[in-house]
Design a protein around this ligand. Structure first.
Ligand SMILES: *[C@@H]1O[C@H](CO)[C@@H](O)[C@H](O)[C@H]1NC(C)=O
Ligand SMILES: *[C@@H]1O[C@H](CO)[C@@H](O)[C@H](O)[C@H]1NC(C)=O
Ligand SMILES: *[C@@H]1O[C@H](CO)[C@@H](O)[C@H](O)[C@H]1NC(C)=O
Length: 240
């Protein structure tokens, strides 16, 4: 069975600009899901909003075709002023401690062959709550270590050794990193049923014994009859 955990952050919004952004976030989430689910057999956790933030920062730093392609895949306007204005209003300062821990940290590691303009650095820090720093891609081992140290720090040491020196291409210009840390409790917990071995029907002929957890409750459910009879249902984390 494949479990997708999609962190959907509900943002309270009033401005029309942000309502448009919410639509683009949903479209981007659907795109990302299609790509990742093709490559991943197993479970995965993805937060499209975090990816959208760091890619939007890259978009406002880009020009011409690059800017156009990035904004189109993010479903954002092809206009860097508009994108900046969205993120100013969004004020994505994600560092939530209670009742769940959520932090999302973004950073651009830029090849030290390129200079960072001070206006861009300010924009990264103030508008996108992200970091930007020059590193030496020619020294792959050190560059990977530096990125890994940052990721470890931002994920409470849960994600270690993300980059290997082979991942650092000497002629790359930038590496965009998003580190996501989430720990939460279910709104309705599973109690003592955790880990009970039960029969699971793989298809009409085949069964396996697997560890399960169960509870009886009402959940929102969407059944896609036409699409390989797939279903989506919503289990909520405690959020207030
Ligand atoms: C998108 O933005 C780029 C860079 O400003 C510009 O060259 C291009 O003409 C724009 N395209 C459209 C369709 O507005
Ligand atoms: C991350 O770095 C900050 C600043 O150096 C430090 O205060 C914090 O304890 C570090 N966190 C972890 C999990 O290492
Ligand atoms: C289940 O078994 C029947 C009878 O042997 C067979 O026709 C059918 O294709 C099998 N189904 C699957 C999904 O393997």
């Amino acid at each position: 069975m494949k479990i997708l955990i999609l962190l959907v952050l509900v943002i309270t919004i009033n401005a029309t600009e942000l309502q448009e952004f919410q639509d683009s976030n949903l479209q981007f989430a659907a795109d990302i899901y299609k790509v990742i689910s093709k490559k991943n057999e197993g479970n995965f956790l993805v937060c499209p909003l975090s990816a959208q933030i760091i890619l939007s920062l890259a978009t406002v730093g880009a020009r011409e075709n690059t800017a156009k392609q990035l904004s189109s895949c993010l479903h954002l306007p092809n206009d860097s002023t508009k994108i900046q204005s969205i993120f100013e209003k969004l004020n994505n300062n994600f560092d939530i401690q209670l009742p769940y821990q959520f932090s999302s940290a973004n950073k651009i590691f830029l090849n030290n062959r390129c200079d960072i303009k001070s206006e861009y650095k300010e924009l990264a820090v103030n508008t996108f709550k992200a970091g930007i720093e020059n590193i030496n891609f020619a020294d792959g081992e050190n560059a990977a270590n530096e990125i890994n140290r940052w990721v470890e720090n931002k994920t409470s040491n849960k994600i270690k050794g993300l980059m290997k020196k082979e991942n650092i291409q000497i002629d790359a210009l930038a590496i965009l990193v998003n580190a996501l840390y989430f720990q939460g409790n279910w709104l309705y917990e599973f109690g003592d049923s955790l880990g009970l071995r039960e029969t699971f029907h793989v298809n009409e002929n085949e069964t396996v014994l697997i560890e399960t957890m169960s509870q009886r409750n009402n959940f929102d459910y969407l059944f896609l009859q036409q699409r390989n009879r797939r279903g989506i249902f919503r289990i909520t984390f405690r959020w207030k």
